[in-house]
Design a protein around this ligand. Structure first.
Ligand code: IMP
Length: 426
């Protein structure tokens, strides 16, 4: 079982942070493969709550090595803050936290451009963390990568100047804004290079070696499948490949070495930012879900849009990711609601879809067919018995896959392992 990929099957915020945390102890390495500081992975250990934006949540297990893979865009400011937070809380990072030199740097220009772009075109509701502009620079081949900071001086300066000049022109021409003081940008990158130097390592080679020796590696995705730049609800998506396939190019993993794909989904659905959301609710249902689920963004604090479970969308994402095992999170949030509406199919005109070809079906045009499913009590949810277990079994039937783990609260021990196909270390 060399590589396991963990992905979200909705629009992010499915609870991946907690699940990666409880799975990580069974792996030698955990590697993030895409996205950047737009992610916010929350992990609660005892009374302590940790929010990670860049560093894989596996770091909380002392024997696990963690890496930021080449497919990630790294914001130096956020990374240093995160390392400092861990140091202050007594968590050792030396010798176990690594950044691949091929990962792309998010420069201050990128964050400004992200914000200006949001204002200019009405916005798709990005996190304003500079993610789109950083990936754009990578595709344009003017990006600065972590490894560039350690090149001989003349080459390093050449690449930095090129990246700065490109971004200054864009700031001036598209947004009519003045350049950032070059000395400041250069200075902060030099300070970052100094601090990050002991953590820079070829993460890809390291995990290949682990694999060769029979070790196991967990590949941690961020955001959710619905935000994939190609297969998500374009253009209301992020700028990276959030699907399991993204792990191959984002972490340098040969596809045939991935033997398990764990798909995480919440018992209902949330979304941050704009974009189609067929099962979205409003009014009392929205406030009920938001308050019970505490649905506020871990990165931006924005209230999340809320809706009922959407089985057609889930089926599509399960197929695209090749999910082998499901993990259901936040089941407890639905306790006390009876019956629970579940989106079973999409209707477009006279046509009904249970497995929609989302390339053809316009999600803003679909009507959702709901079925009321019997509810369950708090007690049943926490113990995963009676109505709650029946609810999970019904999901397995409709999705055609086993639900291996059910999470019923924020703490590590708030979960039930239903099938031993996923190893959990709490
Ligand atoms: P960006 O990734 O900041 O460019 O934002 C693009 C879209 O993805 C926006 O709708 C964001 O709200 C959404 N998004 C990005 N990261 C996350 C995440 O970690 N959780 C949920 N939504 C996210």
């Amino acid at each position: 079982m060399p590589y396991t990929v963990v992905v979200g099957l909705q629009w992010g915020d499915e609870g991946k942070g907690k699940i990666v945390d409880v799975m990580a102890g069974a792996y030698a390495w955990v590697v993030r493969f895409q996205g950047g500081a737009n992610a916010g992975h929350t992990v609660q250990v005892g009374d302590e709550t940790y929010i990670f934006h860049l560093i894989p949540s596996g770091l909380l297990h002392p024997d696990v090595q963690v890496g930021i893979g080449p497919g990630v865009v790294v914001d130096p400011e956020v990374l240093l803050q995160e390392l400092e937070m861990l140091r202050q809380r007594g968590i050792e990072v030396q010798g176990r936290f690594w950044v691949d030199p091929r990962s792309t740097l998010v420069l201050p220009y990128h964050k400004l451009q992200d914000a200006f772009e949001e204002e200019k075109r009405g916005g798709i509701g990005t996190t304003r963390r500079g993610i789109g502009p950083a990936y754009r620079d990578r595709a344009q081949r003017v990006a600065l990568r972590v490894g560039d900071l350690f090149l001989p001086e003349s080459e390093r300066n050449h690449r930095l100047e090129r990246a700065m000049a490109w971004n200054e022109e864009l700031l001036a021409c598209r947004y009519g804004k003045p350049p950032l003081p070059r000395e400041e940008v250069r200075g902060s990158l030099e300070a970052f290079a100094e601090q990050i130097r002991p953590h820079v390592r070829d993460v890809v080679h390291a995990v290949h070696e682990v694999d060769r020796k029979g070790g196991e590696i967990l590949l941690e995705g961020a955001q959710g499948a619905g935000l994939d730049v190609t297969f998500g609800t374009y253009p209301f998506v992020t700028s990276s490949h959030t699907l399991a396939g993204g792990a191959t190019v984002g972490a340098g993993v040969p596809p045939h070495r991935i033997t398990k794909v764990v798909g995480i989904f919440k018992a209902y659905v949330t979304r941050v930012g704009r974009g189609p959301f067929p099962t979205e609710v409003s009014g009392e249902d929205e406030s009920w879900l938001r308050e019970r689920g505490q649905e506020y963004g871990a990165t931006t604090g924005r209230p999340r849009r809320c809706g009922w479970l959407d089985l057609p969308f889930l089926r599509y994402m399960i197929a695209l990711n090749g999910v082998t095992d499901l993990v259901l999170t936040k089941l407890d949030v639905l306790a006390g609601r009876d019956p629970i509406p579940v989106g079973m199919a999409y209707r477009v005109g006279h046509q009904t879809w249970t497995h929609p070809p989302l390339g053809e079906v316009d999600l803003t045009q679909v009507e959702v067919e709901y079925t009321p499913w019997p509810g369950f009590s708090e007690q049943e949810a926490v113990a995963l018995e009676g109505g709650a277990e029946a609810y999970v079994q019904a999901l397995e039937e409709h999705l055609g896959l086993p639900v291996a783990v059910v999470s019923t609260g924020p703490r590590r021990r708030d979960l039930k392992v239903r099938r031993s196909t996923i190893k959990i270390v709490v």
